[in-house]
Design a protein around this ligand. Structure first.
Ligand code: DAV
Length: 375
């Protein structure tokens, strides 16, 4: 679609999608054959200061106030950035080689401070994890209301792409803009930070999609109010949003459950049990993830995620996965279940808090939107 607007006395504006956007976004699950994807960027990454209560809540929620006081934010060492850029480009090359159209976020100045009437943020964060803030459900692009103040403008890097998808026929919406006042951030009796129910707040990576069913993890990066908002949007369209509660209280769902193909799921044995496995998945075959081979926290000495990032994999199609090359036992188990593996490396995955699912956002997969995998 091309839009032309003839402004009297101003001129003609013509809007066209970027050259690499030729079809609308359409992605309804985590495993159908991949056609287009965003691969993140490490350039310009800034780790928010832990004195920001929203950063404590989502980046260091396993630390108490005393421990988090010792954590340093700020720009990452140049070597971490450069090696991560190399690893992301290698991933992008592999995907292009498979015929997948790869988009990259445009450059954003994440170091710039900004403020709202309620708070100041010393910086933004990064474009490393495009998974985190955008949820694509069928042909609808949903910008999610992240509780992290530093991430307020992060999607600037994807605006051009989303404008293109809108012109190509996708729907593009945002959840109510969160205010992120201090009252959204509490501290529990255990001294650990808590996301309150002040307003809807969640990140897209709290959610896994499986046709007309979605799994929503209630945690430090997604509250019940956020689930209610998502349900209010998707319920009337025939989707079912299943709450995942009391499984993993810290941030995202994608190092806890990986949907591999219809009927087969990878589960994190340190978090998922026979008792708390989400109801619809009870009838699926399970692969229990083996212990992760620790690859270290990398040059910064700080980690934004647990070692289970090793199970944060990307399905290219139901028979092919991109998996951390260090996780030999996991790779062997996947292969035994008929899934071939493309071993790849993200040398600074834990310092930056993102494995292969996090650093990507599949925008087009060949899948029937609204397919029922549990009927
Ligand atoms: O297990 O530390 C990391 C998920 C990142 N998207 C974990 C969660």
């Amino acid at each position: 679609m091309t839009i032309t607007n003839n402004h009297p006395g101003f001129g003609t504006a013509t809007l066209e999608p970027p050259v690499d956007v030729r079809r609308r976004a359409c992605s309804a699950d985590e495993f159908s054959p991949l056609r287009e994807i965003v691969v993140g960027r490490a350039a310009g990454a800034v780790i928010p200061q832990a004195s920001d209560p929203s950063a404590w809540l989502t980046l260091y929620s396993h630390l108490d106030a005393g421990q988090v006081a010792a954590v340093d934010g700020g720009a990452l060492p140049q070597q971490v950035i450069e090696e991560s850029e190399e690893d992301l480009e290698t991933l992008a090359e592999t995907l292009r080689g498979l015929g997948v159209v790869v988009h990259r976020p445009s450059s954003v100045d994440h170091a710039a401070p900004f403020s709202t009437p309620h708070w100041d943020s010393a910086s933004g964060m990064y474009s490393y994890c495009p998974r985190d803030l955008t949820l694509i459900v069928g042909e609808t692009i949903i910008e999610t209301p992240s509780p992290v103040r530093a991430r307020y403008h992060e999607l600037d890097g994807l605006r051009e792409l989303f404008r293109g998808y809108l012109l190509a026929g996708s729907a593009w919406i945002s959840a109510p803009k969160p205010q992120l006042r201090d009252s959204l951030y509490g501290v529990g009796r255990d001294g650990l930070p808590v996301l309150t129910e002040d307003e809807p707040a969640f990140e897209a990576a709290n959610v896994l999609r499986c046709g007309r069913d979605l799994f929503y993890q209630v945690s430090t990066s997604g509250n019940e109010f956020g689930r209610i908002w998502l349900e209010s949007l998707l319920g009337p369209q025939g989707y079912r949003v299943h709450p995942v509660r009391d499984v993993y209280p810290h941030t995202h769902l994608d190092s806890t459950i990986s949907l591999l193909r219809p009927g087969l799921v990878l589960l994190n044995p340190s978090r998922v049990t026979e008792d708390n496995i989400p109801g619809p998945l009870r009838d699926w075959d399970r692969i229990w993830c083996p212990e992760m081979r620790e690859t270290g926290v990398s040059a910064t000495g700080q980690s934004l995620s647990s070692p289970w990032l090793g199970m944060n994999l990307l399905m290219v199609n139901p028979e092919l996965a991109v998996v951390d090359s260090a996780q030999h036992e996991l790779i062997a188990r996947l292969e035994r279940h008929g899934i071939s593996v493309l071993p790849h490396t993200l040398r600074h995955d834990r310092a930056l808090g993102g494995g292969f699912h996090c650093v990507t956002l599949d925008t087009v997969r060949d899948a029937p939107a609204g397919a029922d995998y549990f009927g």
